[in-house]
Design a protein around this ligand. Sequence first.
Ligand code: TNX
Length: 520
Amino acid sequence: MTIRSLAGFALLFATASACRPSTRPSGPAPRDVARVSVIPAPVSLSVGSGAPFALVDSTPIVVDAPTDEALRIGEVLATLLRPSTGFTIPVTRGASATRRAILLRIDAARTDVGDEGYALSVTGDVVRIDAPTPAGLFHGVQTLRQLLPFGIESDMMTKREWSIPAVTITDRPRFAWRGAMLDVSRHFFTVDEVKQYIDMLALYKFNIFHIHLTDDQGWRIEIKSRPALTAAGATQVGGGPGGFYTQGEYAEIVRYAADRFLTVVPEVDMPAHSNAMLLSNPELSCGKRPPATYTGTEVGFSALCPDKEETYRLVDDIVREIAAITPGPYFHIGGDEVEALTHEQYARFVERVQEIVNRHGKRMVGWEEITKARLLPTSIAQQWNSDSARNAQRSGSKIVMSPGPKVYLDMKHTPSTELGLSWAGVNEVRVSYDWDPATYIVGVTESDILGVEAPLWSETVRNLASAQYLAMPRLPSVAEVGWSPQSARRWEDFRVRLAAHAPRWRLLGINYYASPQIPW
Ligand code: TNX
C-alpha cells in the first residue's frame, strides 16, 4: 500500500465543534414515549406536551396523492409496522381530513422544504407527513420510523403499546449530494449484500449510492460488446474468484436503490486502477508492468494508453452500455492515482472521456485529480486527499467532499481496529462528525459544494459484516454532516442520539463498532 503524503493537509483545516446552544426546543419527554433521537437532526423539531399517537390494529395509512408512487411509500411504511405490531395497518387512498390515521400527503405547494424535504406532525389524533415530492415523503417516513420504539424493527410480534411522541418537524437537506461509496472490486459483494448496504443508507436519508465497479483486482460488470472483460480471470484481494454482476443484476441494484430514493453512480476507474480491464486488452496497457491477475493492494501501477484510438473505442463501449442501464445523471470515471502517464497525457485522456460520457447523456464525476484537465461546468470533482479540488472553481464545476481524514470509512476506528487502513489517519466517530464541509478547504465555500460522500474501500473488507463494522457508527455521522444545518449540529447532542440507534441496528442485524465515545 502506498503511504500517501499528508503534506497536502497542511493547507487544510477543520473547524472545532461549534458549541452553540440548541435551536431546538427541548422539554421533558412525555412518559412512556421514547426519547426523540432522529438522525440526521431535522432542521426544526419541537417535542409537544400533548398525548402521543398510539398505533392500534385498525390504524390506517391514508395516502392523499395522485400518484401510485406515494401509495407505494405507504406500503413501505405498512411493511415496516406490521410484523412487530401484528396490526393490520391497511393502506388506502383518501382525503387529508381523516383522523386516527397516519396520513401521507403529496402537496406540491410545500416548496418551502425543497425537493427532498417534508413536514411531519404527530398529535394524539393524527400523524401527518406532507411533502412536495415522493422523495420527501420517503424521508419523512424514515423520520417517523426513528420516532417509533426501536422494537418496530423486529420481525417478531410483541404485545405492547406502540406510540409516537407528539412532535412537529420541518425538514430539508443542506446538500443535494449525500453519498456513500462501496468498493466491490477489491472484494466482491453479492447483490444481496449490496442491497443490505443500501438499506442502511436509506435509513439515514442518503440519496447517492456510488458503486466502485472496477479496479486492478476485479472487473465487476458485464459489458455485452466486450465479454472478455468479465471472462479474463478477475480475482480479488488475497485471491479467489471474486465475481461480477450481469447487466440484469446491476439493473436490480439500481431499481432497489431507486425504490429507496437513492441514485446509483457507477464508477469505472481509469486510466489507472485498470489492471483488470487490461487483462483482456493487454495491447492497451501503458502501465508500469504488464497486466497479470493482481491480488495485492498497491495502487497507481496500471494505465490505459491515452494515445491509442482503440482505448477510446473500448471506453465508449463500456460507458455506452453502463449509461444505458443507469437512469441517474452521473457516470464516475475514477481518474485517481495515475503514476505512469505525463500530465498532458492524463489531461487529454480525461477530456476525451468527458466527451464520451457526455455523448452518452451523463455528467462526468471523477476524483479530484481530474481538475488537472479542462472540465465542463457540469462535471463534478470528488475531493479526497488534498486541496486540489479547489481547481474545479476554474470551470465552475461543483465539488463533492470526501476527505480521507474525516469520512473514509475504511480508515481504522482506533490504531488497534482489526480491519481497515490508516494512511489518512484513524477516524474515530467524533472525527467523522466534527467538521464542516464549507470550511474544510480554504477558498471552497458552501456554494462550490454539491455535497458529501463517505467511501468504503474494501482492501480489508471481505464480507458484509466487516463492511458494517467499519461503516457503523460513522455512516450516520456523515449523513448528518450532509443533511443537517451546521447550526443544528452538536457533538454532545449527536452522541446521545446515536447511542439510541444501536438497539435498532441489533434488530436489523447490522454489525457496528461500539465506540467508547458513545454512551451506548
Ligand atoms: C485511495 S481514494 C484510493 C483507493 C484506495 C483507498 C484506500 C482514491 C481515489 N483512491 O484506490 O482503495 O485509497 O483507502
